[in-house]
Design a protein. Structure first.
Length: 443
């Protein structure tokens, strides 16, 4: 079976050019660092488009499939445009994501609103935009959505987010499908929810079920299990409530290759397993094939992104580690300090030198936990070297902060030698633009 983008550490256009520098999207990374300053997020458009095409190709044997990009992985206006251009819809979780997508002129029918605690204002905005689906997470939200939809004289089309009770062996913080999760209805609560929708909540129209079992998933068995549980529930709802639902959202979660030791399955393999599981379960329960929604986030955007840093100071602990500091860290990439995530890096201006030294890449922020990469073998680093950290497209900028009152990093989109800024460089003025000094302090 074919390999896919999520099985590669580097963007597909990565190479070493005639100046002996790393180049991505036809752009020399050392030049990009000079032109746009570091830290710098670089997104390779060809990698992003390729992975979208792989998803479409991999699922081409199942006609009723819809792709919703999980915007929380990286939501910017330009990225949204590209992913929409590739035929994807969007999974959103906030008013900010809704606003960004609507502002990029996307057909809002292709948007699904997720989240376990949507605010009233967010629900109103989503109804105003006429989004396609709401995934309703709990009883309070059923009632709230019904009420607001009623006030607007609208019918909200919903999926019920359920917790199928599956454990996947990923980091505890990114597991979402086990029974003790904060997300979704327990299986035992589905009947009550369905009854409420049928008998009482006349402004809700139930279309199907939704589950999302976790993130950075490498196992394939979990998808079999998840799909069987969901279709079994569809069958039960059909029998016990005389209600045939024909939509199933099976979430996202496919893993990517951050380091050599990661071996995620290919998109083709996952597609094969998902499609076969659906066909099998539908046959077993004699259920018509439902429309399937997939919500990949990380596997769409992670590999397309790298972050460039400039090497600064160094510290050799006597008889201990050597720390090399760069000009970014937990504010542009909180994942290592949040989840002990691992990354691979190379030196953009000396990619061919032998990796003779084991060092730890430290961030610049005032936290001992601000370590970007522990114990990586690299060529001897000098001040001014440009470090390229791979696979930072997902959950980096989207989780970034202004910690230590630093400016958030700029983002450029590269393709065939073009480099276009898609997130502007932040200025010192941007950092204080929302500050207010109450007049009584100025006396
Ligand atoms: C986070 C999330 C996703 C995307 O997960 P990835 O691991 O980035 O693919 C999809 N659906 C829901 C409900 C999520 O919470």
């Amino acid at each position: 079976m074919n390999n896919s983008v999520n099985q590669s550490i580097k963007p597909v256009t990565t190479k070493i050019n005639s100046s002996n520098h790393i180049e991505i999207g036809g752009c020399d990374l050392v030049n990009l660092a000079k032109e746009f300053e570091t830290p710098l997020y670089v997104i390779d458009e060809q990698t992003l488009r390729k992975v979208c095409k792989e998803y479409k190709q991999a699922f081409s044997l199942y006609e009723k499939v819809k792709f919703l990009y999980a915007s929380k992985a990286l939501c910017t206006s330009a990225i949204t445009k590209i992913i929409s251009d590739e035929g994807f819809g969007f999974d959103v979780v906030s008013d900010g994501e809704l606003y960004t997508i609507n502002n990029a002129d996307i057909n809002m029918e292709k948007v699904l609103f997720n989240g376990s605690n949507k605010t009233e204002a967010e629900i109103k905005l989503a109804l105003k935009y006429n989004i396609g689906r709401f995934s309703v997470d709990n009883f309070a939200e059923l009632s709230l959505l019904n009420e607001i939809a009623g006030n607007y004289n609208k019918q909200a089309k919903i999926l019920l987010r359920i917790t199928p009770g599956i454990e996947c062996h990923t980091h505890e913080y990114v597991q979402t499908g086990n029974l003790d999760s904060k997300f979704g209805f327990d299986l035992s609560q589905i009947d009550e929810a369905v009854n409420l929708i049928k008998d009482k909540y006349t402004n809700l129209s139930l279309k199907g079920l939704h589950a999302h079992i976790g993130s950075q998933i490498f196992e394939t068995q979990v998808y079999y299990d998840e799909i069987d549980i969901l279709i079994k529930e569809l069958d039960r709802i059909r029998r016990e409530h005389n209600l045939t639902l024909n939509e199933l959202n099976i979430g996202g979660g496919l893993g990517v290759k951050y380091t050599e030791s990661d071996n995620p399955p290919s998109i083709y393999k996952i597609a094969d397993i998902i499609v076969n599981s659906i066909k099998n379960s539908c046959k077993n329960y004699n259920y018509e094939y439902p429309t399937i929604y997939l919500e990949p986030g990380r596997s769409i955007i992670s590999t397309a992104g790298v972050t460039l840093y400039t090497v600064g100071s160094q510290k050799q602990v006597p008889n201990g580690k050597k720390y090399v500091a760069v000009d970014g860290g937990m504010a542009d990439n909180p994942r290592p300090s949040l989840y002990q995530s691992e990354y691979y890096a190379q030196v953009a201006n000396k990619p061919n030198q032998s990796c003779n030294e084991k060092i730890t890449v430290a961030g610049r922020y005032c936290e001992s936990g601000d370590i970007l990469i522990k114990d990586i073998k690299l060529p001897t680093l000098e001040k001014g070297d440009i470090l390229c950290v791979y696979n930072t497209g997902a959950y980096n900028y989207s989780m970034a902060s202004n910690y230590n009152r630093t400016k958030r990093a700029t983002m450029v989109l590269v393709n065939s030698g073009h480099s276009d800024m898609i997130i502007k460089r932040e200025s010192l003025n941007d950092l204080i633009k929302n500050d207010i000094i109450p007049s009584r302090l100025n006396k």
